[in-house]
Ligand binder design. Structure first.
Ligand code: SF4
Length: 342
């Protein structure tokens, strides 16, 4: 079995998606990220289908994510110098936060600013592009037992009702047995089901999803009683909220991608390796003889052994040792998917 934990499985799903995902519009670019969402919901794997020109134009703004407040300014920044309050629509929160965002954007070189008397004027450097066409969310459940399927069904119903993503899927590991239809019976029919072979890096669709109305209003299920008598409680979610969240999620996905595990793991441990397998490059621990989980591979790991200083001088005069080289390799792979970055 090429996966031995949900984390290892998740990496394989990300590798497969980056390599094989067929966007709804042929020619669209694909960006993959993991462990992103809103305060209410975190998805395991996220696929963004992107307009290739828009993605390249996004690259001109640099590798870091913009938050919702930044986006509010960038999307309305004028072509010509204008007092910021005349240029931007009322944000619905105090203007001083807008001024903070303006200064942050100016510091990042994403916006021109100048002072006219006591007034701050702003001017855009380039239009912020509409670069994301579709958002696909995947829940990874390598071992789809009956109880895991029941738990997931509730979560998927919430995803479908909210419609923040254009599609939701469950990915499970391929086994000798086919996925029992009974396990899928509780899933909402809008959710797709995928079996992933972690040895070969291939995947099969067991159930096709339906596109959700990501541009329309959504429903947040706030309470779902266990008994048959009480009514569930819902909250209306307006399309503008969804649009704002989708853009902010896309920005974080742009910055993080799915290789950011190197930021929290210990590539500077002498047991840490990046191994190139049939499914792609994955972290590997020679002490544990498998892909370590992100939780295991930290400073508190009992088997952590720092890279000997000699590794950093022998053959690694400038680069700073294999740990640093691993991080650079992952960063390079991330950049390959993000054209237009300087
Ligand atoms: S020994 Fe611990 S810290 Fe070192 S690579 Fe393995 S899991 Fe990570």
């Amino acid at each position: 079995m090429a996966h031995n934990s949900e984390f290892a499985f998740e990496l394989r799903v990300c590798q497969w998606a980056e390599r094989e995902w067929a966007p709804a519009s042929a020619g669209d670019a694909v960006l993959v990220a993991r462990q992103l969402g809103t305060q209410y919901r975190r998805w395991d794997t996220l696929i963004l289908e992107c307009d290739p020109d828009g993605l390249e134009a996004r690259g001109a703004f640099g590798p870091e994510a913009f938050d919702s407040d930044h986006l509010h300014v960038l999307e309305h920044a004028p072509v010509d110098w204008t007092f910021y309050r005349d240029a931007l629509p009322d944000p619905g929160y105090p203007w001083r936060y807008v001024r903070e965002s303006i200064h942050e954007l100016a510091d990042r070189g994403a916006l021109d600013t100048r002072k006219r008397g006591r007034r701050i004027e702003i001017r855009r450097q380039r239009p912020y592009p509409d670069w994301v066409r579709r958002v696909v969310a995947i829940e990874n459940k390598p071992d789809l037992t009956a109880s895991a399927a029941r738990d997931l069904a509730d979560q998927l119903e919430r995803d479908v009702a909210l419609g923040l993503a254009d599609e939701v899927w469950v990915a499970t590991a391929v086994t000798d047995e086919r996925v029992e239809p009974i396990l899928l019976a509780d899933f909402p029919p809008e959710a797709g089901v995928l079996t992933v072979d972690t040895e070969t890096g291939s995947a099969d669709t067991v159930w096709e999803p339906r596109s959700l109305d990501a541009d329309g209003p959504g429903t947040r299920i706030t309470e779902r009683p266990d008994d048959d008598y009480s009514a569930a409680r819902f909250e209306y979610v307006d399309p503008a909220w969804k649009e704002e969240k989708r853009r902010a999620i896309a920005e974080r996905a742009y910055e993080r991608g799915w290789r950011s595990y190197a930021d929290t793991m210990r590539p500077d441990c002498r047991h840490f390796e990046l191994r190139d397998g049939p499914t792609g490059v994955s972290p590997y621990c020679t002490a544990k003889e498998r892909t370590p989980t992100a939780r295991e591979c930290r400073g508190g790991c009992d088997e952590f052994a720092p890279e000997p200083p000699a590794w950093r001088t022998k053959g690694w005069p400038i680069e700073g040792g294999p740990g640093a080289a691993s991080k650079r390799l992952l960063a390079r792979r991330r950049r390959e998917r993000r054209p237009g970055l300087e």
